[in-house]
Design a protein around this ligand. Structure first.
Ligand SMILES: [Zn+2]
Length: 319
């Protein structure tokens, strides 16, 4: 284009006035000079803009082992102040990958606190959609998200709370077909409300040598423990060897549950997760905590590994 413009300008400057070619091109060099000037300004602007863009580094994704950004240091300052967590503990939380099974009553506060605490990668698996009857206690969801998959609703809430973490939603049931998910995570939290899933998650975690924080609630009472036979202590099936007969232990849907109870026990799950990941305090490994909200009573009882446990007894014999 620039060459063509130069040829037209030359024609006007070199050819005598009245020449046929010069008349065909407009007969006035000033018009072409103005056109050329404008085109030059536009070309210089575009070139300058592309050079400026090249100078700005592309935004890198947040790597799990990347140093904290100033906004993250400010966000986690109250954790970093704690002697038992500090900077190294917060870095361990950022590098950690936690899978939460169930985005219901227990999963709601557990997921929110894991997200707020800065656990770097949080997986959540649940096949259900948000229903109106969930919202009395499943506080990660919202009235406007009724009908959405629970994992999607949970992801929206967690991302809104903390944009510095990665959330991986899996809208499906945890079964043998999806068991390989467990291998991608350092710690599993089970807050599901049915015994089939609870025993299955325990079996998968023992097989993969992954620690499991499992909790359950009904009406006014909840219980929680850390099951980690690969590092000592019993598995879930050591403590609850007898699966209750169908209908003997009612679910929340059948028997009811006080709204804050999953909030209390689900928060304890997040707390035990943070303790486990940072090494703070004494974990609930080999201990079962039972909380009775009606009497405001919490008890901790010892729980032992069973040598004849069909799940962990053979692969991890008692020392
Ligand atoms: Zn066992």
């Amino acid at each position: 284009m620039a060459g063509l413009w130069a040829a037209v300008m030359l024609a006007h400057l070199l050819l005598p006035e009245g020449n046929g070619l010069r008349s065909a091109l407009g007969g006035d060099a000033r018009v072409w000079a103005v056109v050329g000037g404008l085109a030059g300004v536009v070309a210089a602007y575009v070139l300058g803009l592309s050079r400026l863009r090249a100078r700005v580094a592309p935004v890198a994704p947040i790597a799990a082992d990347a140093p904290f950004r100033p906004a993250e240091l400010d966000r986690y300052a109250r954790h970093i102040l704690l002697r038992e967590i500090g900077g190294p503990g917060q870095q361990r939380l950022k590098s950690a990958r936690v899978l939460v099974v169930g985005a219901g009553g227990l999963g709601s506060p557990a997921l929110l606190y894991l997200a707020a605490a800065g656990v770097g990668t949080i997986g959540v698996i649940d096949e259900d959609r948000v229903e109106g009857s969930n919202l009395q206690r499943q506080i990660i969801h919202a009235d406007a998200r009724i009908g959405l998959p629970k994992v999607q609703s949970a992801e929206i809430a967690m991302r809104a709370l903390n944009p510095f973490i990665e959330v991986r939603p899996y809208q499906r049931r945890l079964d043998d077909a999806t068991a390989s998910l467990i291998a991608d995570y350092d710690l599993i939290l089970d807050g599901t409300d049915n015994f089939d899933t609870r025993y299955l998650v325990n079996r998968l975690c023992v097989a993969a040598e992954k620690p499991l924080i499992s909790a359950a609630i009904t009406q006014w009472e909840g219980q929680i423990s850390l099951y980690d036979p690969a590092r000592g202590g019993p598995c879930y099936e050591c403590v609850f060897p007898e699966r209750p007969l169908p209908g003997m232990v009612p679910t929340c849907a059948e028997a009811g549950v006080a709204a804050p109870l999953p909030g209390i026990i689900g928060s304890m799950m997040a707390m035990e997760a943070i303790k486990h990941l940072t090494g703070a305090g004494t974990p609930l490994r080999g201990r079962l905590m039972i909380f009775d909200a009606l009497y405001s009573d919490a008890r901790v009882i010892g729980a032992k590994k069973r040598p004849d446990c069909p799940v962990c007894g053979l692969s991890h014999p008692v020392a």
